[in-house]
Design a protein around this ligand. Structure first.
Ligand SMILES: NC(=O)c1ccc[n+]([C@@H]2O[C@H](COP(=O)([O-])OP(=O)(O)OC[C@H]3O[C@@H](n4cnc5c(N)ncnc54)[C@H](OP(=O)(O)O)[C@@H]3O)[C@@H](O)[C@H]2O)c1
Length: 240
């Protein structure tokens, strides 16, 4: 029997890791809904994703605004009538020490990296619980567990996302919703090129490697609980 169509919402998919995940999900036969602020970039990604033979709708919206979380989930439901997979990927990073961090930077970082995933997930749960394979994937970072100097607001916000993910995973397990956290080290995108221009880009994790983890999550058949994927650059020490 043919499996029913699955719908994925991917935030921050106008470029970088989110774009890679959207393309991978299309290859896994998901219809996709992508979100970012840059409407031209979203349109371009949407065409690329649709080229793989699935539907791809998009919405240009600033997820750091409080009202955006419910608006985005409502837009997905209006477009497709269901939601099976939520990937909270959109993120903002700045290379600032504690002493250099303003309240504005702190608020902007937390609004996107911590508050948006919290409230998008909150709005998504009532729809996900109707899915036959409901999944939430939050994209954190190694700095969701570690403290690197000069990443004050960013590391704090990713710790908040990690904490939220641990709570959410337990609360929605009885509803059959799987929650996963992916915590990468440096990935070859614009974000890391701006944050860490000192790192040789050939050393960085490739976007495809993060997309492959998502592919594994959505395609695995096992029932065992898998929660956290921690991936560092090839030169990174294992278990560090
Ligand atoms: N690159 C790394 O080394 C690395 C490592 C660990 C974790 N991560 C995490 O991975 C995720 C993706 O990062 P990336 O490297 O792909 O970054 P990126 O290339 O800078 O892409 C960020 C994405 O988020 C979207 N975005 C940013 N601000 C937004 C806002 N206010 N509202 C809606 N969308 C917004 C951007 O779209 P618009 O520009 O169109 O708004 C873009 O699609 C982030 O959560 C990041 O923290 C990255």
């Amino acid at each position: 029997m043919e499996e029913s169509k699955k719908i994925a919402l991917v935030t921050g998919a106008s470029k970088g890791i989110g774009k890679g995940i959207a393309l991978k999900l299309a290859a896994c036969h998901y219809d996709v809904f992508i979100v970012g602020r840059d409407v031209n970039a979203l349109e371009k990604v949407s065409r690329e994703v649709s080229g793989l033979g699935v539907n791809c709708a998009y919405k240009a919206i600033d997820l750091s605004l409080p009202e955006s979380a419910e608006a985005v989930v409502a837009a997905v439901i209006q477009e497709y009538g269901q939601l099976d997979l939520l990937v909270n990927n959109a993120g903002y990073a700045s290379a600032l020490k504690v002493s250099e961090t303003s309240i504005d930077v702190w608020d902007k970082t937390f609004a996107l990296n911590a508050r948006a995933p919290f409230f998008i997930s909150k709005a998504a749960v009532e729809h996900l619980q109707n899915s036959t394979k409901p999944i939430i994937i939050n994209i954190s970072s190694v700095v969701g567990f570690k403290g690197y100097a000069n990443q004050a607001a960013y590391a704090s916000s990713k710790h908040a996302l990690t904490g939220f993910t641990k709570v959410l995973a337990k609360e929605v397990q009885p509803l059959g919703i799987q929650v996963h956290l992916i915590s990468p080290g440096g990935v070859n995108t614009e974000m890391v090129q701006e944050m860490r221009p000192d790192i040789d880009t050939t050393e960085l994790i490739q976007v495809e490697e993060i997309a492959e983890i998502v592919e594994f999550i959505v395609s695995r058949k096992g029932k065992g609980t898998i929660d956290h994927f921690y991936i560092r650059r090839g030169s990174g020490l294992p278990f560090d």
